[in-house]
Design a protein around this ligand. Structure first.
Ligand SMILES: *Cc1c(COP(=O)(O)O)cnc(C)c1O
Length: 410
């Protein structure tokens, strides 16, 4: 009998989004006339922009003719895309990257999960709380943890609470940690990191020979010019950080699928016998063996984001979502709620009124306002008492949802 990887059995059966779906379906079945507005799941709603779409179509047409047909591409991605990202997205930040330091992928979720392949199991790993569940669950799946305790903390992982007291920014753990996940702008809290704050973590990592896994999936939503878009804006970060980016939220690619990982050539880890070894080499080996590249039309579409016209259109969609964020943030704040995020991130993290639990507030919003959000406790124990609303809805729905909540809370 083939034995399974029973680390998977430690996972608490897909609790969050399935449970939201179950409650929404039950409510909709009992109230067929209710117009339910969903500001829960972090998926975008606006279509691909015209310039991106044209590049996508043109690339598909290339595949239709023998002389322009493209088969397997480089596993690390095409240079036309890598060069465009380096020139248009990193150079303006003062970050110089080599093409060999960038790896194009089919999205950031897979990258955040797959990166664990190249690190030893006995590393001590630190994650935020609340957190993007992928970091937690992939560490459980790969066998780095024991069982979860009654709060939901897995034995063997170090959790860094992010709460009102610390401004949703993690403090350095008491124990020494080897791998640290940081996500800024943050999902779910919408918090951002200043350059000084990031420098603190870079200095910590350099002093402790740790590696930071920096998830910058929401960097395009930063509006404050003082907030860094890349961890490499901090000196020394190339020696201690891997950065993840995604076209999903930036350019509406949640269904198209394209992301990227930066693994600087200066970045080193140690072997079990204590010698230094290039992390870039390991990731290249991993990708060339286990991945065959993002598709050619997808990479062409992604490259079009960085043309002048493409970026103007993409930026307009981002501005649209950020105007939604402003409407939600200001509306709920006027209704007397304490709200965080929504300024440099497309998420609003609100404190539930009168100390309600996250799920009680979910039920109240669903049944009384017919608005769906995400209970903060689903992202980790420190999310209890908070609630996430996403700015990715369409404008009319956002306005109506805010009006309903305002009226309800009066
Ligand atoms: C949406 C999101 C991603 C991107 O995932 P894709 O697989 O690229 O769609 C990565 N990290 C966080 C925190 C996210 O919310």
């Amino acid at each position: 009998m083939a034995q399974i990887n029973d680390n998977y059995l430690k996972l608490k059966a897909g609790y969050l989004f399935p449970e939201i779906g179950r409650r929404v379906r039950a409510f909709a079945a009992a109230n067929p006339d209710a117009k339910v507005i969903r500001l829960g799941i972090g998926d975008v709603t606006q279509p691909l922009t015209p310039t991106v779409l044209k590049a996508f179509h043109d690339a598909v047409d290339d595949l239709a003719k023998a002389d322009t047909f493209m088969g397997y591409g480089p596993e690390q991605g095409y240079d036309f895309l890598i060069d465009a990202i380096i020139e248009k997205s990193y150079k303006p930040l003062g970050v110089e990257l080599k093409t060999t330091e960038m790896f194009i992928s089919d999205g950031s979720k897979c990258d955040c999960a797959n990166i664990l392949d190249i690190f030893a199991l006995d590393n001590t790993v630190a994650i935020g709380d609340p957190v993007y569940p992928v970091y937690n669950d992939t560490n459980v799946m790969i066998g780095r943890t024991g069982e979860a305790d009654e709060k939901g903390y897995y034995k063997g992982l170090v959790y860094m609470p992010c709460n009102e007291e610390n401004g949703f920014f993690p403090a350095y753990p008491k124990e020494k940690v080897d791998v640290i996940y940081l996500c800024f702008p943050n999902n779910p809290t919408g918090a951002v990191a200043t350059k000084e704050q990031l420098k603190g973590w870079v200095d910590y990592a350099l002093a402790n020979n740790s590696i930071i896994l920096f998830d910058a999936a929401y960097e395009a939503f930063i509006t404050d010019p003082a907030i860094p878009h890349s961890i490499y804006e901090v000196e020394g970060a190339k020696k201690c950080a891997i950065e993840f980016r995604s076209f999903s939220k930036t350019a509406g690619f949640t269904g198209v699928r394209c992301g990227l990982v930066i693994v600087p050539e200066e970045l080193e880890g140690t072997t079990s016998t204590g010698e230094k070894y290039s992390v870039n080499k390991l990731w290249l080996r991993r990708q060339t063996t286990k991945f065959n590249g993002a598709s050619y039309p997808v990479q062409k579409a992604a490259a079009a984001v960085y043309t002048d016209e493409g970026w103007k259109e993409t930026k307009a969609v981002i501005d649209y979502y950020m105007e939604n964020a402003r409407i939600i943030r200001e509306g709920l704040s006027a209704a007397g709620l304490t709200v965080y995020g929504g300024v440099n991130a497309p998420y609003i993290w609100l404190k539930t009124p009168a100390g309600m639990t996250s799920w009680d507030f979910f039920d109240k919003l669903l049944t009384e306002c017919n608005v769906v959000g995400t209970p903060g406790s689903g992202f980790g124990p420190s999310g209890e008492g908070f609630f996430r609303l996403s700015a990715f809805g369409n404008r009319d729905n956002v306005i109506e949802a805010v009006e309903r909540i305002k009226k309800n809370l009066k």
